[in-house]
Design a protein around this ligand. Structure first.
Ligand SMILES: O=C1O[C@H](COP(=O)(O)O)[C@@H](O)[C@H](O)[C@H]1O
Length: 272
């Protein structure tokens, strides 16, 4: 990992033999970024997603990280949320609470969940407002390029259709350039109503990690990473649109997810 002050490589592809190895490296990556941010800025702002990601973060709740990470300096946000009650099985908050937050000592007051008591439109507006307040007091950094929030780390899990956060292929939400947080009411994956960070926010982060595991994601990984993808229009692969402007992207994938890349069906990956 590039230490503070060193030039950062823009993107990197890490392929693992097993889920256990991936989870081990992911925990170390997050812990290192947390340490660097706390040293440089006094806090660590992280935005999470749902899906398979949370269980892959499990090793962070174990030794040594449960003791060595400075959890009191963490500020937790969500890159997307489904419009369901917080105790619903589909809630990204519930999944994160059960699988991660309840096992580490992050302060409750540093956990910024999305309001489940209002319409998705209002919830998106409220969440953007909350983030603006955190930018104003410089807990969340700010991009010098576009005034967007600059999260220390945004963690995304890619779906088999190439979606990230709740940004789905061909969806107009991919075009949203003005708002930081938007909403959709027609998600192709249930539940239909969701709140999501927009691409400008994701691409303004200091670090973005994209996780994809399993053979059912192999083609989406190929479309997102391969150099040449004949005839592909950009919005058919939201994951391909993740290109941090002034930050670093790291892909964490397992062998099955890398299988189409490995099969020699692709040109050299766009990432190192
Ligand atoms: O619906 C969602 O799906 C993606 C990917 O989920 P996975 O189970 O295929 O890993 C997830 O990252 C996103 O946050 C979520 O709302």
């Amino acid at each position: 990992m590039a230490a503070s002050g060193e030039p950062k490589k823009k993107s990197e592809l890490r392929v693992f033999e097993s889920l256990d190895e991936l989870a081990t490296d992911l925990a170390e990556y997050i812990a290192q970024l947390s340490e660097i941010s706390v040293k440089e800025r006094g806090c660590f702002t992280i935005a999470l997603s749902g899906g398979s990601l949370i269980s892959l973060m499990g090793k962070l709740c174990e030794a040594p990280y449960n003791k060595t990470v400075d959890w009191t300096k963490w500020y937790v946000f969500w890159a997307d949320e489904r419009a369901v009650a917080k105790n619903h099985v589909d809630s990204n908050y519930k999944q994160t609470k059960d699988g991660f937050l309840s096992k580490v000592s992050i302060l409750n007051s540093h956990v910024y969940s999305i309001n489940d008591n209002v319409t998705v439109e209002d919830a998106a507006g409220e969440y953007e407002f909350a983030i603006r307040q955190m930018v104003k007091i410089r807990i969340i950094g700010v991009s010098e390029i576009n005034d967007c929030p600059k999260f220390d780390l945004i963690l995304l899990s890619m779906g088999p259709d190439g979606h990230v956060a709740s940004l789905f292929p061909q969806h107009p939400a991919l075009e949203q350039k003005e708002e930081w947080v938007t909403y959709i009411t027609n998600s192709p994956k249930p539940p239909p109503e969701r709140i999501t960070f927009t691409l400008p926010v994701i691409n303004s982060a200091s670090n973005v990690a994209l996780v994809a595991t399993g053979e059912d994601k192999a083609m989406a990984v190929h479309l997102a990473i391969a150099d040449a993808t004949d005839g592909l229009d950009a919005s058919s692969s939201p994951a391909r649109m993740i290109q941090p402007t002034d930050g670093k992207l790291v892909w964490f994938i397992d062998k099955p997810a890398a299988s189409v890349l490995d099969a020699g069906n692709s040109d050299s990956p766009r990432v190192e």
